[in-house]
Design a protein around this ligand. Sequence first.
Ligand code: 13P
Ligand code: SF4
Length: 308
Amino acid sequence: MTLQEKIIKLKKEKNAVILAHYYQETAIQDVADYVGDSLGLSQQAAKTNADIIVFAGVHFMAETAKILSPNKTVVLPDLKAGCSLADSCPADAFENFVKAHPNHTVITYVNCSAQVKALTDIVCTSSNALKIVTSIPKDKPIIFAPDRNLGKYIIKQTGRDMLLWDGSCVVHEAFSIEKLLNLHKKYPNYVIIAHPESEEHILKVATYVGSTSGMINYVKAHQDKSFIVATEAGILYKMQQEVPNTELVPAPAKEDNTCACSECAFMKVNTLQKLYDCLLNESPQIKVPKAIREKALIPINRMLELSK
Ligand code: 13P
Ligand code: SF4
């Protein structure tokens, strides 16, 4: 039996579900029950009947699943699957920041720890951020954390003046605007699409800006066009399956980047073997202390309610 066949057999025996993000390696995406963006994955985690959730993604995503389904076993193939954005916002420093700005509504992007979510009024993802921010009454000042690029993009789109935390994603900041413009000069008919974690100069030249699922849906709706895709390169696998006859080119990364496109090293620490092992051993498990979990659940549920 291949490793993939063993995983599929074991997952049936254990009544487990495999939830995978688009940035996971292709072999993992192939064995997943659901592949999606952060919002879709948390919606799946909230409604699954499985006993075990195998989260093929990064730590904050698995933690969100555990907060939503505390009685289920949630395993992550490798606990080192972190996120530079979540790391850029330590809970103690964020707590001081929130305390220094009372009366502000605190909106956090889902890429943050459970402790930070516990200090939050409402969570958002890249697919609902504009909707969540505009749902806050205009006279309420807002703190937005941790992604400054997404924050700046929302300010531009909504005209809301938000106080931003200074965090960012190393992967989306690795795109080179010079190389991107050169590529576009070579292929002027290609449409640039970008994830809002990218820097302002990248978003400025993009025709469409949205979450990973949003980008896939956009490409599906415009299959007659060709695209330059500015997000983590793992998305190209599912995207190409959806639009087999459409030309897709990854946006180029800066010279000093480890790959010519952009890859998230955190996402890629998960492997098919580690996924099998974590399902077999039911370890490593995600644990969230009850007091944090109960507080963090409130802003996550507010987001899910507004995203129906
Ligand atoms: P999405 O919710 O758009 O999939 O983004 C998750 C993420 O980590 C992007 O870097
Ligand atoms: Fe975090 Fe960036 Fe990796 Fe997404 S791509 S998980 S934001 S480091």
